[in-house]
Ligand binder design. Structure first.
Ligand code: HSE
Length: 427
C-alpha cells in the first residue's frame, strides 16, 4: 500500500474485537515497525457501544453505523468479527465492492459462501484473510498456504474444537460422564449454553472445510461428508481407551487414500504415542503430512480473546505489507464426485455392546463379524453388578465401514444383545 497511514475498520466489538483493540493499545509501535506505516484503528462498529469491554478506546472511534466503515473511502481494511451468516456476508461483500481488504474469523460464513466471497474479492483485486477462522491464534493457514506450498498434502488431522476437547480430556482425567462434564463446562463458561455446534461436530466440520480447501484445493460442502459428534461417548469407552493405550478425540480428517479424498469428522481412538494424543483441554492441534515435509504438528490456543486477536492483526500486517499477494485459493470447483463415501472408508474399529452373559453369545457375534469379513484383533468381556448383562468390547482389524455397519445392524437384532452396539473408528 503506498499510503503512509493505513486505516482499519472493525465490525464487532465482542470478545475478539476487544482483543484487537487491546493489541492496538499495547503494540501499535510494533505494528508500525513491522509495516513501516502508521496503522490506525479508525472506527469500531457494534450495536452496543456503551457496555464497558475492559479495554481503553476513544469514544470518537465508536459507532453503531456500519456505513461509517463500509462507506468511508479512507478505510483500507475491514475486520469482520460479528460471526454468523447475515449480516456478516452483506458487510463483507459491501467492503469488497468498495475495494477494501477483508480480515475475518468467520468460519461458518467461509465454509458456506466460499465461492461467492472469493469470486467477489478476485474481481475487485482485494485480499481476504482468515487465519483466525481455524485454530484461533495458531499459525496454520498461512504456513499451509506458503511455507508448505511446495508439498502435496497427504493428510490433515485436526483437533480443532476446544469445547469438545475439554470435555473429552476431563472425562478421561476424572472418569466422569459426558453430561456431568458438559454441565460443569457450561458453568465455568468453557461450553456455550447451547453447545450443539461444538459437541455435534459442526464447528469442526466448518474448520475442516477451510483446511480442505487450503490443503487439497477441494471445496466440499458440509452436507457431503460424515459429521458425528461426541455425545454418545461414555466413561466406559474412555476407560477402555485408556486401558488399551488410546485416547478418544474429536477429529476432523481430510486425507488422500488411493488417490481419493476422504473428509470426515468423528470421535476417534488415537494411539497414546501419536502427537495428537497430547493435545488436551481447550487446546487445538493440527497434524499434517506433506509429501516432502513429512509429518508436522501445529499446536496452541484455538480460541480466546487474545490468541484469536493476534491472528487477526497478523493478517492485517500481512495485507499491509503484501496487498497484491497472489494466494493459491480462489473460487473452488466442488470435487464432490471424488469424495469417498463414508461407507467405503476403511479403518480399525472399537466396538462396544451389551449382551446377556450366556454361552454362545461371543460365538454368535464373532460369527456375524466373520460373515462380513471383519477380523477381530481383541475381545474383552467384563463382569458387572448389572445382573446377567455384560459389556463386551472388541477391537477389529482394518475393515470397510459398510461391512461394520451391516454387521452391527444384524448383531443388534440378536435377542441376547441388550442395547444397540456402538463403534468408534481407530486412527
Ligand atoms: N467454539 C469453538 C471451540 C471456538 O470450542 O473451539 C471458536 O471456533
Amino acid at each position: 500500500m503506498d499510503k503512509s497511514t493505513i486505516n482499519i475498520g472493525l465490525i464487532g466489538f465482542g470478545t475478539i474485537g476487544s482483543g484487537v483493540v487491546e493489541i492496538f493499545n499495547q503494540n501499535s509501535d510494533l505494528i508500525e515497525k513491522k509495516t513501516g506505516k502508521k496503522v490506525n484503528l479508525k472506527k469500531v462498529v457494534d450495536l452496543d457501544i456503551t457496555t464497558d469491554r475492559g479495554v481503553k478506546i476513544d469514544p470518537s472511534q465508536l459507532s453503531t453505523d456500519v456505513n461509517d466503515i463500509l462507506e468511508d473511502p479512507s478505510i483500507d481494511i475491514v475486520i469482520e468479527l460479528i460471526g454468523g451468516y447475515e449480516p456478516a456476508l452483506g458487510f463483507i461483500l459491501k467492503a469488497i465492492e468498495n475495494r477494501k481488504h477483508v480480515v475475518t474469523a468467520n468460519k461458518a460464513l467461509l465454509a458456506k459462501h466460499w465461492n461467492e466471497i472469493m469470486s467477489a474479492a478476485e474481481k475487485k483485486n482485494v485480499r481476504i484473510s482468515f487465519e483466525a477462522s481455524v485454530g484461533g491464534g495458531i499459525p496454520l493457514l498461512q504456513p499451509l498456504n506458503e511455507s508448505l506450498a511446495a508439498n502435496k498434502i497427504e493428510a490433515i488431522y485436526g483437533i480443532i474444537n476446544g469445547t469438545a476437547n475439554y470435555i473429552l480430556t476431563k472425562m478421561s482425567n476424572e472418569g466422569l460422564n459426558f453430561e456431568e462434564v458438559l454441565k460443569e463446562a457450561q458453568i465455568k463458561g468453557y461450553a456455550e449454553q447451547d453447545p450443539t455446534f461444538d459437541i455435534e461436530g459442526h464447528d469442526t466440520a466448518q474448520k475442516l472445510i477451510i483446511l480442505t480447501i487450503l490443503g487439497f484445493g477441494a471445496y466440499v460442502k458440509q452436507e457431503k461428508f460424515h459429521v458425528e459428534g461426541i455425545t454418545h461417548i461414555t466413561s466406559e469407552d474412555i476407560k477402555f481407551a485408556k486401558d488399551n493405550h488410546y485416547v478418544i478425540k474429536l477429529l476432523g480428517i481430510s486425507q488422500i487414500i488411493d488417490g481419493e479424498l476422504e473428509v470426515r469428522v468423528h470421535p476417534t481412538l488415537i494411539p497414546k504415542t501419536h502427537l495428537l494424543a497430547s493435545v488436551n483441554d481447550v487446546y487445538n492441534g493440527v497434524y499434517l503430512v506433506g509429501d516432502f515435509l513429512g509429518p508436522a504438528m501445529m499446536y496452541g490456543q484455538g480460541a480466546g480473546m487474545e490468541a484469536t486477536a493476534s491472528a487477526v492483526l497478523g493478517d492485517c500486517i500481512d495485507i499491509i505489507n503484501n496487498p497484491l499477494k497472489r494466494v493459491p485459493y480462489g473460487p473452488q470447483k466442488s470435487l464432490v464426485k471424488s469424495i469417498k463415501n463414508i461407507e467405503d472408508v476403511t479403518s480399525k474399529y472399537y466396538i462396544r455392546l451389551t449382551a446377556l452373559d450366556q454361552a454362545g453369545v461371543l460365538q454368535a457375534v464373532s460369527g456375524i463379524l466373520n460373515d462380513f469379513n471383519i477380523s477381530i484383533e481383541s475381545v474383552l468381556q467384563k463382569k458387572t453388578s448389572n445382573g446377567d448383562k455384560v459389556p463386551i468390547y472388541m477391537v477389529t482389524h482394518e475393515a470397510s465401514e459398510k461391512n461394520i455397519r451391516q454387521a452391527l445392524t444384524i448383531i443388534n437384532q440378536l435377542e441376547v444383545v441388550q442395547s444397540p452396539s456402538l463403534f468408534i473408528r481407530i486412527l
